[in-house]
Design a protein around this ligand. Sequence first.
Ligand code: ADP
Ligand code: MG
Length: 256
Amino acid sequence: IDNSLTHRHAARSVTAMAAMLAHEVKNPLSGIRGAAQLLEENASEQDRELTRLICDEADRIVALVNRMEVFSDKRPLERAPVNIHTVLEHVRKIAQNGFARHIRFIERYDPSLPPVHGNRDQLVQIFLNLIKNAAEAVPEVGGEITLSTSYQHGVRMAVPGGDTRLHLPLLVSVQDNGDGIPEDLRSNLFDPFVTTKVNGTGLGLALVAKLIGDHGGTIEFDSQPRRTVFKVSLPMFDEALSPTDDSPGYSDPAGI
Ligand code: ADP
Ligand code: MG
């Protein structure tokens, strides 16, 4: 299933909405929080519990808004060659020391993979979100998450000037053995606020789609019971595509 068009569209409308919301919500919220804090100083023990509650809940909204603000970040992406295996190892360690202690990780990496042309922090965010969802989907006992990397060989991409050039996007998959993605979610999975979780925000995959779009990559998923996989393709770091390299020379390693 090709979800790339819908998620790009979703990411754009999210951007506009997040920018507006973040701007409009933060000021009145800090007013509410400040007022509650003032009340707390002279409050009785019983009222203090309520003012605490107001502050805590206000903080939760601020945290949510801050997360949404990432969507409206229009700064150009700072990119460099990034070793995707280092990113995946880092994220796996975070997961296994925290929310995924009980889950078995299987790693199928192609060690000859060239670096990704990307932003390390954002790549960490992307895979942390995908692995968190996988961890939340797998059964309590026997949960498994498979991380794999490979080449997508021989994809010809159009470049400005009507030329084509061989592009070798890197494929990174996150697979889990959970129950699968509910049927009615599949058409708008990457939209914001789509969630089936009691404490879910529904912002994880919207953020993932946005960050991958910024990288010029794609994401798609395939889901059935016991096997749900999110496939992320990312551009590789290619000297020939880097703006600092002015030589037109380009070699076609696969000879296609
Ligand atoms: P959240 O995790 O806060 O609910 P996300 O955007 O990360 O928001 O995910 C949206 C929804 O997509 C989840 O609530 C869940 O229903 C579904 N989902 C995402 N990943 C998986 C997965 N690996 N297996 C099953 N369902 C998933
Ligand atoms: Mg999530």
